[in-house]
Design a protein around this ligand. Sequence first.
Ligand code: ARG
Length: 475
Amino acid sequence: MALWGGRFSDAPTDSVFALSRSIHFDWRLAPYDLRSSLAHLRVLQSSGLLKADVASKIEAALRELISEVASGKFEPAAGDEDVHSALERGLTEKLGEVGGSLRAGRSRNDQVATDLKLFAIDHMLDIAQQIVNLQEALISKAQEYSDAPAPGFTHMQHAQPILFGHEIAKHVHAFARDIDRISDWLNRTSVSPLGSGALAGSGLGLMPEVTAQDLGFARASANSIDGVSDRDFVAEALFIISMIGVHLSRIGEEWCIWATTEFGWAKVADAYSTGSSIMPQKKNPDMAELARGKAGRLIGNLTGVLAMLKGLPFAYNRDLQEDKEPLFDSIDTLRLVLPAVTGMIATTNFDREKMLAAAPQGFSLATEVADFLVRSGVPFATAHDAAGKCVAICEAKGVQLHELSDADFSGVHTLLTPEIRSSLTVAGAIASRTTIGATGGSALSKQLTDAAAETKALKVKISTQITAFSEMMGQ
Ligand code: ARG
């Protein structure tokens, strides 16, 4: 059903209709459109624009549509341009002419911005909840390996020994920042566009602050032109999703490396691996690869929307219809990736012996030589140089640092006494690093306890927000 046409003598051509249509992707906004229609109906009634008996008929029809949309009984028809036209058709089919009453004081411009905001809030809360699940999986995997030494890398080269739980736990903090970004975004997004009308506000004495409250927003748009033009919330949500995607892709890359035959650290569970159609022996970490690959598409959606918004005059322009598919796609993509990565992490086992054996390789204890000299009062630059010389002797002799002779050590620096060997152990190197956030002593277990407590608090906060949103939707 068309929502316009009074001043036109010709109907749109097929190509015009085909290009204009958005119903095939915006239909998923229907529950939010119906809910904001209920809020709009209430202000139309309280402003005296709709009599109580008419308002209650419309309310009953809207509630019927809510359940018919949910059950699939009411569906978009071939001639419906978008979700708003389809639902107005539904109301008119039930109520006749009265079904058109809700359009008073409202435009698709403020309507679509409101619907999309409600959709985005609903789904970003769900994403936050899924991230907490992922954090829980990371924390328990980190706890499981909180006593397992492994080499730590910089430049993909052995750097210093660490505990493998420390390696896993780092991801919890990246995702904590993502949840923080979502909560920050929620505060900024909590502004209702409904009541902005086409762009200039409503002349019918409606109360945007009342509909805002009804829909759970903190306030109404302070400028109606901005109200219908603002898609910052879409771009920001796409950035947050891209950042999450980038974090997931870095996990994916690590898992791919750790699962190689050369590393042989990660044993990815069969249920989270896939095989090859030709090579019977293959067990591929496809979930990790897809986590890495999907990030590209998430970034693409973000840049697509930013490019669409760039230079766009304020107030509604049809270009804005291009905001939806990228947002839907990014949300859908992330909701596919998150549970798969969470399951993959929870079910991967790591080879403690291999990691332990690799920990001192590549002269990863060289910093201990330098630190030993520093503790005896040698300036670090001199100590660094001496430790480097020890490594050079090791390379020439084909031995590890602890295998150097007393003469080798004292030849490099007189203060390199035989006691140095007690520092040249993986356990000693790990135990000596006890500062906040470090790998040794009680630092890692404190980090994990704190992270578990924070995650638990976030879980409660997010589920309270989810309950409040679904209660609002049910009113
Ligand atoms: N389908 C449109 C969109 O998604 C709805 C708003 C149309 N408004 C208009 N003035 N043509 O943006």
